[in-house]
Design a protein around this ligand. Structure first.
Ligand SMILES: *[C@@H]1O[C@H](CO)[C@@H](O)[C@H](O)[C@H]1NC(C)=O
Ligand SMILES: *[C@@H]1O[C@H](CO)[C@@H](O)[C@H](O)[C@H]1NC(C)=O
Ligand SMILES: *[C@@H]1O[C@H](CO)[C@@H](O)[C@H](O)[C@H]1NC(C)=O
Ligand SMILES: *[C@@H]1O[C@H](CO)[C@@H](O)[C@H](O)[C@H]1NC(C)=O
Ligand SMILES: *[C@@H]1O[C@H](CO)[C@@H](O)[C@H](O)[C@H]1NC(C)=O
Ligand SMILES: *[C@@H]1O[C@H](CO)[C@@H](O)[C@H](O)[C@H]1NC(C)=O
Ligand SMILES: *[C@@H]1O[C@H](CO)[C@@H](O)[C@H](O)[C@H]1NC(C)=O
Ligand SMILES: *[C@@H]1O[C@H](CO)[C@@H](O)[C@H](O)[C@H]1NC(C)=O
Length: 450
């Protein structure tokens, strides 16, 4: 609160009646013109252009996972709005490839103080976007192989010793949250399984995994299947109580990853149950995460308590809604009006900063609300892109088939069992970092999910 109001007061001094970003939501070229400005705002936070900066990373307070979020949206922007821009293609390609890590599984050793299963999973969503958009492959590994490595290393961490199954939030024992199991980590595994099954046309391991995740989420009551907008996915629970004390917070991106996973599973299996589940999640999402048709992060935004991570969740949520209505076209009539209203509102919020194209957090405000950051830029970008993206490719429709179903498994002993080599100094660093981050970012806010 304090931080926001200070920043707002400061920046509003410099804000004047700006150009803002205008869009005609019925025109792809108009949306792309707006998306271009919003996307350029994202690159302002990019570290890869700075002397000594790391390729593939965005400036603090953004973490490694936020870069994964960002690149997924940028792949779509490149593919559908600026596909002949070789410079942009190289920025995105190099950024995504650079963070693949020593073992090409998106577990770079120098992120072991911050990387959780959800972080690896969100990077997985970006790499999967590259797969489905036929984005130029690296020479050493295809994006598909890299996605398969992410899936396999995540799946190998499935932990039956506590709560009857599930992924923990954290990969590494020394990170705070290691004893917590959460819906977003498991949702990412579910989501990647569904997309890989559809893309490769080979459901052997993927379908079984997706079904297991869904069943386990039900068993521990992290989700409850109900119609009429009453479907719920909650945040997670501690293993100390065998996951019985569920933290009942709802986040848009968690709804998004499960919704889209169900849609892909319906498309791949043809089983009606996955369509029904998709519809239940869509109903609940449109009910809870929108006010007057405009998307918001309802659990924290009205009380102005969203932290840096939470302020970015709508980017993935928008992407997932867009994919869902492409995979199940019958849902387009229901979903699209919400995305159109939200995209127009988001554009109106992009009138801030000295560049006058900085996007805000409150899309209902009709002007920039003084909040700014990578999360605001990419949420605005993705809600716009959700209106222009087209159906994802698969091998059956001409996508690349450079595939490795056991990618990442040869490192199973090293990474999957949380035994990455790490010095005591790094561990102390991780503890201190966690503490500092908790104090700075969260204040009195909801701490459970950051
Ligand atoms: C490629 O895209 C970037 C980012 O929008 C832009 O700065 C650059 O001018 C574009 N290049 C061309 C040749 O259009
Ligand atoms: C971390 O590792 C990557 C390669 O995996 C490297 O490019 C980067 O410079 C390293 N340092 C930081 C701070 O990310
Ligand atoms: C822990 O939770 C799991 C999943 O709900 C359940 O199957 C198991 O029986 C529980 N274990 C104990 C000791 O209560
Ligand atoms: C899955 O998607 C393909 C391609 O759009 C479509 O032809 C097929 O009918 C879909 N299957 C189902 C069950 O919806
Ligand atoms: C967002 O803006 C609307 C319209 O001005 C206002 O009613 C609402 O209270 C604002 N929300 C927040 C969290 O500031
Ligand atoms: C995918 O990209 C490759 C390499 O650029 C190209 O040869 C192929 O035609 C593309 N496939 C589709 C379906 O666009
Ligand atoms: C894709 O590759 C696998 C393994 O190399 C092969 O079995 C399969 O037939 C290929 N599918 C297509 C559509 O080319
Ligand atoms: C299908 O996936 C399984 C398990 O991932 C793998 O062992 C098998 O080789 C794959 N089949 C084809 C035809 O690629």
């Amino acid at each position: 609160m304090f931080k926001y109001s200070l920043i707002s007061a400061f920046l509003l001094l410099f804000a004047s009646i700006g150009y803002a970003v205008e869009i005609d939501i019925s025109s792809s070229s108009s949306i792309c013109a707006a998306a271009k400005l919003v996307q350029e705002g994202m690159w302002n936070y990019y570290e890869g252009f700075r002397p000594g900066g790391v390729i593939g990373m965005f400036a603090a307070p953004n973490y490694w996972w936020n870069a994964g979020e960002a690149f997924g949206g940028l792949v779509d922007y490149f593919t559908f709005c600026d596909p002949n821009n070789k410079t942009l293609e190289a920025w995105i390609h190099d950024g995504m490839y650079h963070q693949a890590g020593e073992n090409y599984n998106y577990i770079p050793s120098n992120q072991s103080m911050t990387e959780g299963n959800d972080d690896q999973g969100v990077w997985g969503m970006a790499i999967m976007e590259a797969v489905e958009r036929n984005f130029t492959n690296p020479d050493s590994h295809s994006w598909l192989e890299l996605s398969q490595a992410i899936f396999n290393t995540m799946n190998a961490r499935w932990d039956t010793a506590h709560c009857g199954g599930g992924l923990r939030w954290q990969i590494f024992t020394w990170n705070s949250g290691y004893n917590y199991k959460n819906s977003i980590s498991n949702g990412c595994l579910f989501h990647l399984a569904a997309r890989l099954a559809r893309y490769t046309g080979n459901g052997t391991v993927y379908i079984e995994t997706a079904e297991n995740v869904w069943q386990w989420m039900n068993d521990v009551k992290f989700l409850t299947e109900e119609a009429n907008g009453n479907f719920r996915v909650y945040d997670g629970a501690e293993i100390d109580d065998n996951c019985t004390k569920v933290t009942d917070l709802r986040w848009s991106y968690t709804y998004g990853v499960f919704m889209t996973g169900c849609a892909y599973l319906y498309n791949f299996t043809g089983e009606e149950i996955w369509k029904t589940r998709t519809e239940e999640i869509v109903d609940a999402s449109l009910d809870y995460f929108f006010a007057n048709g405009i998307m918001q992060e309802t659990t924290c935004q009205p009380s102005r308590l969203c932290n840096n991570d939470q302020r970015s969740f709508r980017s993935l949520f928008s992407r997932c809604l867009g994919l869902t209505m492409l995979i199940i076209p019958e849902l387009e009539g229901q979903i699209r009006p919400y995305l159109e209203t939200s995209a127009a509102a988001a554009a109106r919020s992009c009138s801030g900063g000295t560049d006058q194209i900085t996007c805000g957090e409150n899309w209902s405000a009709a002007v920039w609300d003084g909040v700014y950051g990578l999360g605001e830029q990419m949420s605005a970008l993705e809600v716009m892109m959700s209106l222009v993206v087209r159906e994802p490719l698969s091998v059956a429709t001409g996508g690349s088939n450079r595939s490795d179903f056991s990618a990442g498994m040869n490192q199973a002993d090293a990474e999957n069992k949380n035994k990455l080599k790490i010095t005591t100094k790094d561990k102390a660093g991780a503890g201190a970092l966690t503490a500092i981050v908790l104090i700075i970012l969260l204040g009195g806010a909801v701490w459970m999910v950051f």
